[in-house]
Design a protein. Structure first.
Length: 180
């Protein structure tokens, strides 16, 4: 979905989530190359390659409407994570997944719930979506807790193209009957 999008910004009590900028590439590349951070997300990415891709994305004058955005801790001004919405095919159906990835120093502070909550609200209220999912590794208890705090319900499991079994959590917009 490549619809022209102006600069996007979401403010929460402690976080700023906004359109990617070139200066975000290095801290985000460090996050995505951390084996501990990515252990439930397919493992670490090549830091140089991710940084280059992020720099290219930041230079795009027409960023996609669905994307991952830097999560900035307001108190420090540091990029502490990446959160957003991506299109996925799950069991033959087009879905939109909320994704939240934080550096270890940001763990245990409720930032994942705070960021993902703002992004899901954005999906429903600004983008008019009716449903958002989360694909969660069954071993990732922390991510499951976030999904439950977002009001998501476990719908079942799916096998991803890489053969990995993931749990499917979903939430519908407030005026949508559930399950959708």
């Amino acid at each position: 979905m490549r619809v022209k999008q102006l600069a996007m910004q979401m403010d929460t009590a402690r976080l700023l989530i906004r359109t990617l900028q070139t200066l975000d590439a290095e801290p985000l590349a460090r996050i995505w190359s951390d084996p501990e951070v990515t252990r439930y997300m397919g493992g670490p990415r090549d830091q140089d390659q991710i940084r280059e891709l992020l720099e290219e994305d930041a230079a795009d004058p027409n960023p996609p409407q669905l994307d991952l955005w830097p999560v900035i801790e307001k108190a420090s001004g540091r990029v502490v994570g990446h959160c957003g919405l991506l299109e996925k095919e799950v069991n033959g159906k087009a879905e939109v997944e909320v994704i939240y990835v934080l550096e270890p120093l940001a763990w245990g502070k409720g930032y994942a719930t705070e960021a993902a909550s703002a992004v899901v609200e954005h999906a429903f209220e600004e983008l008019g979506m009716r449903r958002v999912i989360a694909l969660i590794d069954p071993q990732n208890a922390a991510s499951e807790r976030v999904a439950l705090k977002l009001g998501m319900q476990l719908e079942g499991e799916t096998v991803r193209p890489n053969g990995k079994v993931m749990r499917v959590y979903a939430v519908g917009a407030k005026d949508e009957p559930f399950p959708i």
